[in-house]
Every structure is written in C-alpha cells, then in structure tokens.
Design a binder for this molecule. Sequence first.
Ligand SMILES: Nc1nc2c(ncn2[C@@H]2O[C@H](COP(=O)(O)OP(=O)(O)OP(=O)(O)O)[C@@H](O)[C@H]2O)c(=O)[nH]1
Ligand SMILES: [Zn+2]
Length: 393
Amino acid sequence: AGAGPAPMEEEEEEECPELVPIDGQEVERAEEAERGHSPKIPVTIITGYLGAGKTTLLNYILTEQHTKRIAVILNEFGEGSALEKSLAISQGGELYEEWLELRNGCLCCSVKDNGLKAIENLMQKKGKFDYILLETTGLADPGAVASMFWVDAELGSDIYLDGIVSIVDAKYGLQHLTEEKPDGLVNEATRQIALADLIIINKTDLILQEELKKLRTAVRSINGLVKILETQRSRVDLCEVLDLHAFDSLSGLSLQKKLQHVQTTHPHLDKSIVTVTFEILGNTTEENLNEFIQNLLWERSVKDKTGHPMEVIRLKGLVSIKDKPHQVIVQGVHELYDLEETMVSWKEDDERTNRLVLIGRNLDKDILKQVFIATMTEKQSWTFFSLSSAYCC
Ligand SMILES: Nc1nc2c(ncn2[C@@H]2O[C@H](COP(=O)(O)OP(=O)(O)OP(=O)(O)O)[C@@H](O)[C@H]2O)c(=O)[nH]1
Ligand SMILES: [Zn+2]
C-alpha cells in the first residue's frame, strides 16, 4: 500500500477568516429580521472515541469564544439507557445547564421528537443561541446524528448542520482503528474519520513524531479529503472548527479547491475504508445523476470486482448538469444525499466536468467511473425520487 496523498493543508494555506465583529453580526441580523426571518443557527457535531478530548475541545471553545452565545448538547450515555441529556449554554463566560428528558436512548430519534423541540423551547425561554455544539458519545455513529440535523434543515428548521469534527486520540487512535467488530462492520473510530469534515489529532504530547506520522498516514488513507490538525489539549484556531459550511452550497468554492488536491487512497488497515476520487468530462442530467447515486447508496446495486456491494459512508462532489449554468454540489452521508446548485458558474462549455469523492468500503474506481459514464450517456427511464429522504432507526 502506498502512502496517502501529500497532506493538502500544507500546500493549500486556507486563509482563516476574521471573526465577524459584533456590529457586523447585528447588521446581518437586522437585515435578516427585516426580511422576516432570523438567521439559521449552525450545529457542529463533535465526535471522537472515548476520552479523545471532545469535552476538552468544548470547554476550550466556550472559554475562547465570547461573542457568540453557544449552546452545548452533551450526549453522554450513562450506565443504562440515556434518559436525560445535559444541555449547557454559555453566555458571557457563564454556563447554564439543563437536563433534557428524552423518551428513549436513541439520540437520532429522541432529538428529533424531543431534543429539537427542547432546543426550540429553550431558545424561547432564554433567547436565541448563535451556535450549537453537539458532543456525541465516543461510540456513536455521527452519521445518524448528522442526517437528522441535515434533514431537519430541509424541513425548514432554523438549525442547520455546519460540519462534523472528529477528534482522534494520538496515543490510542491506531489501536481504535484496528478494533474488530462482529459481522465485519466498520468500527466506530473508522466511521468517525470517514465522516469528518475536520480531524483533530489530539494529545500529541503523548507520542513521538514517528508514531504521529503513522497515525496521520492511517487517517489520511481513510479520508483523503479531510483537513487534519494536530493539537494538545484540543487547542485549535476556532475559525478552523466553527462555521465550516461543510454541508451547504457555500462550500462550493472551497470544495472546488480541495477537489484539485484529493487523491484516491489505498487500504491501509484491515478494514479498508478508502477514498476514491475521479473526474469525468461533460454533462450529466439530474435524473441520471439521481439514479447513479441511488443505485450506489440506496439499492447497493453497484458492486466491486468480487461482487461485494460498494458501501459509501461519505460522498462529495461538484458536477455539471446539462442546462444548469452553475456547478452543482453533491453531498451524501450514508443513505442521505442532496444536490444543490452553487454560486460557481461554468465559464465555458468545454470546461464542464464532474468530480466526485467517495469514502467507503469495496470501492473500485474503474467500475465507479464506468457506471458514472454509463449514466451520463444512456437515456434512463424517467423516475421520480425526492432528492433526499429521512432515515432513522
Ligand atoms: N496528555 C494529554 N491529555 C489530554 C489532552 N487533551 C485532553 N486530555 C485529557 O484526556 C482526558 C479525556 O479528555 P476529554 O476531553 O474528557 O475526552 P472526551 O472525548 O470528552 O471523553 P469522553 O466524553 O469520556 O468520551 C482528560 O483527562 C483530559 O484532561 C492532551 O492533549 N494531552
Ligand atoms: Zn433513531
């Protein structure tokens, strides 16, 4: 197995946006209010294996960030089923804490039925938050939680998913990645890396440079697209963590830049989750693109050479749809996906192209390319599917 691609953050110095001054925010709010709606509130999901440093990161953010009113939702599982969740709100350095009562232990269901409602109620009582941080339990699949917020945004909620941040324990990260699961399931640590929009390798004080390099290579082999930071005590530049806009069309421009650097990776650890990326010139149609994605994510009918269905955990891309003047961003998390037109327009017809990045298992680049090309050229029978659909256990 070759090494992963060169870490892109070294080539591509992404400028850190300045924090918006308060009066700027107020102007923005006033404008929004005039238009009759308040700004949507971002949710950042913070995931990572047990003890990786999630709470340390939350506390760091709460102490560093003074201009935003941040609500923190902790999804800590106790001994039995989690019947309560603690919700902390920070304002001007003070921390309020409340307990949410949840009907069952499943965060995705309970937040949906009850948690989001609880957040809304709380906002009515205490005034709006500017930001929500959600710490998942170390064993959670962030995909389920992410899907929920993502779907909810489509349904007109005033909360939207901003990004998934995964913290990796520098000392035990490699060990977590190699953990065997029954039934050959992908282990949690790997899943958390595959889904992340940002990875923070924390506790670098505990390991040698050589070990850190190994871990970085393993992380990169799983997710060829993600930005990787290394920290101690989860101390990061907040602009690297907050307001990533990883799931909306605003990420169109930055994704375009990133897609230039991402490379297909090679299986590194046993569970062979890899990143596959390819580019195909030309136009596709919305119907054909939907069919391609649905065959992949829903039907699982796209198989590798040995007949195993390809399993996609995360999907991102910029594609060209016939007759659409702008690039279209494709986003997928597990079975959920979404197409959205970006602000980036195609300058000339001869540069129209489709770039996809898939993270998952049994992914075969050549087969994927062929299937994509086929859906571009063949006339598919017209079928109606809604663009995204809610999934929940
Ligand atoms: N040596 C070292 N210890 C750290 C670092 N960051 C956090 N810790 C410690 O690691 C322990 C776990 O950190 P937490 O922030 O509670 O981790 P967590 O991911 O929230 O843990 P759970 O919620 O239990 O899954 C705490 O004792 C922290 O003080 C670091 O960079 N270096
Ligand atoms: Zn559920």
